[in-house]
Design a binder for this molecule. Sequence first.
Ligand code: GUN
Length: 283
Amino acid sequence: MAELIDGKKISKDIKDETKEKVAALKEKGIETSLAVILVGNDPASSVYVSNKKKACEYTGIRSLSYELPEETTEEELLKLIDELNNDVTVNGILVQLPLPKHINEDAVIKRISPDKDVDGFHPESVGRLSIGERGFQSCTPAGVIQLLKRSDVKIEGAECVVVGRSNIVGKPMAMLLIRENGTVTVCHSRTKDLREVTKRADILVVAIGKPEFIDASYVKDGAVVIDVGIHRKGEKKLCGDVDFASVEPVASKITPVPGGVGPMTIAMLMNNCYEAAVMQNKL
Ligand code: GUN
């Protein structure tokens, strides 16, 4: 029986810590703020944005909301980002992805000042992460590191296998695990013998976007399994990239879906906003 890694509890702890740090900044006359931009009416994005605003409220971060129509042009969006870049009362800028097809996402990400890039998606943030410099860390992989550390999982020296190589999760996840002195292998759809590689993992992080793909046959006895995926399973249920019922009996620790990695992303975003306020005020 694996021990459950409780992302709900750990994310609440992090939000509570951030709330205290944000309040301490306020005592010094500094208000932490986040601008959230949503373009169009994607229902999932609306839910994410509303959850980000709620987390801001909880932690005492001022949130500014920009809900723009689907027809917004790239030029208009870039102009808004320029204004927010130049607004000293705004510490963090987040553009909810995906954007409508007529807008170039890369151009938008690059336009956000790296000093306000609380998502950690700007090439400068990515570069800083890969050479170990201070900068914003992508929220989901940073959340996975916190889940491991706060569950007493030793990363140093561990065989870490990341399944998935996306810019948002897989690649930054590998960088963060290297930074923590793990031995890291990244697998993807062209990996020849996936089972052979994942079976070596002491820590297995799965972010492939395929429902319940990883069953017990991919997992070493006693491995720690982190499931980044989230999918709808029928009308009401959710599931991850890991077949929980199959893997749970062989893992030593495992994240559930929901309630594992999911809540960590927003908690880390709140912490990045606090860090942004600290850096911009040269504290
Ligand atoms: N869409 C899905 N996840 C994310 C995220 O972490 N940040 C942004 N900006 N958009 C997303």
